[in-house]
Design a protein around this ligand. Structure first.
Ligand code: FRU
Length: 506
């Protein structure tokens, strides 16, 4: 009897407690979230801002021994907001020094994406012959106009620096390229094109790219449009880039990057590219094939560095390692987002097809320390949470492998002649954002399987097949690091290397 009364009482107490507190979701404050975060998912060999929100890489330019990385930045919150250009520099594209914010919003608007160049001949007159200006060309996004649904709230402005990007002055007569009345009119990527003796700008305009030319970075003339009715059009066109590459055999192509959001092969954001000819005014594609620079879900808005010295000659790239579908909800709080590994872009022929290969830059090698590979009955043991796994000597064109931890969280991937697939549906925390828990796959035309490299950071996995002929970049949030690597079908020689943190003193 006593037991019965006691258990009834206990039932009432529990029901009351549930009624009072149970219906309220356990809201955490930003401070609590920051504490929870404890840098658990802080990328160790990828760039991330110290705090708060980052998206696209901007103004990537090399000058006097430094790679500059500016980026879309909102310093007051961990979600997107009034855009600034954050800034960092590096001598190897891996280890970054954070610098103060370079560009702040002003009365013309937020500072959206764009590029930076060194105006070696001082064509703009903003520097001197002896001290050529570093010029940033970006989009002003006027939030008031945007709210009023005005059509012309995005215009292009410029700013310059005479001290290696440390301090910036906005040009007095901004904007330099005025919107003709089209809602999406942004993300200028400018290059000096020696063969056309002038500046060329690729600009994303709603559903196409427009090309403009200039002698001085200030007066711009429209040359042409490209893109309606060709390529992926699942979303708005953003962040173009245009450059020329040559294959080993001397075959040349112009490469045009166009990021689209949504409409990517894995849902949400992705970057497509076109191969073709450019004559200084018009881009003519070689065919109507839609190609993607990365088959994974998390490589967006990437462009290439300008002013890489001729003696280096590489085309160097990195992208925003996220996706607009869930980028603002990923389970990091103190900061949000990272960049992909820096990659060298190479034009390569596979059979009859020309493709853009993206290979991790050479500089990464000095962050790798080979370790002996140990295996247990149920798979290979990962020596650390920061690992590069390299597979060679395949016995067939098939590989099915997985990474997992003691909690049973698991990432599986498959490479076959038909498709490449990456399954992150049980990879750890997955329920924070739209469509994150998914299996991503893509048809391919793999002709042989020679080498696979898997770079595992705390919250990302990048898979490079045959030195980047095919790439998959994917975010993952395991609640504890993956510790096992299992090959369940196919056979290959397995090597491992620890990756050292780019934030450590070198
Ligand atoms: C791409 C993008 C750009 C724009 C910027 C705003 O991710 O939408 O088109 O300039 O982000 O932050």
């Amino acid at each position: 009897m006593i037991i019965k009364i006691y258990s009834t009482l206990r039932f009432i107490v529990i029901v009351t407690l549930v009624m009072v507190f149970g219906c309220q979701p356990a809201q955490k404050t930003t401070e609590e979230n920051k504490a929870l975060d404890e840098e658990k998912y802080r990328p160790q060999f990828h760039f991330s801002p110290e705090e708060n929100w980052m998206n696209d890489p901007n103004g990537m330019v090399y000058y006097e021994g430094e790679y500059h990385l500016f980026y879309q930045y909102y310093p007051d919150s961990n979600v997107w907001g009034p855009m600034h250009w954050g800034h960092a520099v590096s001598t190897d594209m891996m280890n970054w020094e954070h610098l103060p914010i370079a560009l702040y919003p002003d009365e013309l608007g937020y500072i959206f994406s764009g590029s930076a160049v060194i105006d070696w001949n001082n064509t703009s007159g903003l520097g001197t012959e002896d001290n050529p200006p570093m010029v940033a060309i970006f989009t002003y996004h006027d939030p008031v106009g945007a709210d009023k649904k005005s059509l012309d709230h995005q215009n292009q402005g410029i700013a310059y620096s005479l001290d290696k990007g440390r301090t910036w002055t906005k040009y007095d007569n901004n904007p330099v390229l005025v919107n003709p009345g089209i809602t999406d009119f942004r993300d200028p990527k400018v290059s000096w094109m020696e063969e056309f003796d002038g500046w060329v700008m690729a600009l994303a305009v709603k559903d196409h790219i427009e090309f403009y030319t200039s002698d001085d970075l200030i007066e711009w003339t429209k040359e042409s449009e490209f893109g309606q009715g060709i390529g992926g059009h699942g979303g708005v066109w953003e962040c173009p880039d245009l450059f020329k590459l040559k294959t080993e055999d001397g075959e040349e192509r112009w490469v045009l990057f166009v990021s689209i959001n949504p409409g990517g092969p894995q849902g949400g954001s992705a970057t497509q590219y076109f191969l073709g000819e450019f004559d200084g005014s018009n881009f003519v594609p070689q065919d109507s094939v839609t190609r993607w620079i990365d088959l994974g879900a998390d490589n967006y808005a990437g462009v290439t560095w300008s002013d890489i010295p001729a003696e280096d000659g590489r085309q160097l790239f990195l992208g925003w390692m996220s996706n607009w579908d869930y980028g603002q909800e990923v389970p990091t709080y103190k900061w949000r987002s990272a960049m992909t590994l820096p990659r060298e872009l190479i034009l390569t022929k596979i059979g009859e097809e020309l493709i853009l290969q993206s290979k991790p830059v050479e500089e990464i090698k000095s962050y790798l320390t080979a370790v002996e590979t140990t295996s247990e009955e149920d798979g290979y043991v990962l020596p650390d949470e920061l690992v590069m796994i390299e597979l060679n000597g395949f016995d067939a064109m098939n590989l099915k492998a997985s990474l997992s931890n003691e909690k049973g969280e698991k990432v599986g991937f498959t490479i076959s002649p038909e498709s490449i697939a990456f399954d992150r549906s049980s990879s750890g925390q997955t329920d924070f954002g739209k469509g994150f828990a998914a299996m991503h796959s893509y048809e391919n035309f793999l002709e042989d399987l020679r080498k696979v490299q898997i770079y595992i950071d705390r919250a990302s996995i990048e898979i490079f097949i045959n030195d980047g002929e095919f790439v998959m970049t994917e975010l993952v949030f395991p609640t504890q690091p993956y510790s096992k690597f299992v090959i369940s079908s196919g056979n290959a020689e397995v090597k491992m290397a620890k990756v050292s943190s780019i934030w450590d003193e070198k």
